[in-house]
Design a protein around this ligand. Sequence first.
Ligand code: GLN
Length: 240
Amino acid sequence: MSTSTLRIGLVLPDVMGTYGDGGNALILRQRARMRGIEAEIVQITLDDEVPDSLDVYTLGGAEDYAQRLATRHLTRYPGLQRAAAAGRPVLAICAAIQVLGHWYETSAGERVDGISLFDLTTSPQATRSIGEVVTEPVMAGLTDPLTGFENHRGGSTLGSDAAPLAKVTHGVGNGVGDGTEGVVQGSVIGTYMHGPALARNPQLADLLLARAMGVEELAPLELPEVDRLRRERLAAGRRG
Ligand code: GLN
């Protein structure tokens, strides 16, 4: 953490942020504040250059056209790339996985170059994947099942420098038939889970928060309402 206030980057909420993905930044801020840590959200819009000095970054999903605008902006102002190279944690949801890959193909068949933070490529699948998803994490530091809501046509194939976030138990995930969900490469984590994902998966939220603060781990928060939400969403996901 560079200052006494934790600075959370909400990247391009004006074009990327379907299904309340901006809530991921709110969750990080709230979980920090509940532990007595000052935290603020810095919104980076299409009118702003992307700073490389924030403590953690979140990016949400988007429809194809908005996703293109975001790709162009992140290519033109490579602050996110510098922050990731410096080891700052980044959470990328759905379309943001695709934008952070080498390239993605839109549903209209157009190939767009991404910013290559992830060693992966994305192509449209025969059908759109919509519904609840439940997974078992394979990333070190996560043990609790993950849950979210997915809605994407693109399927992402991971290269050898990228590792999956989790194995799918219900739903589709990366969508290329290998049963994987999400991606981890260095300090950058991607997932197809909306939700917002961090509201549903507090362990993932705290992993990002701990890394943003440069600490090994954080004392747990006792939040019965979050436990209830998890029980309810896990059950809903497992019912399919
Ligand atoms: N447009 C992308 C796709 O359909 C991502 C959608 C999303 O972010 N919800 O694959």
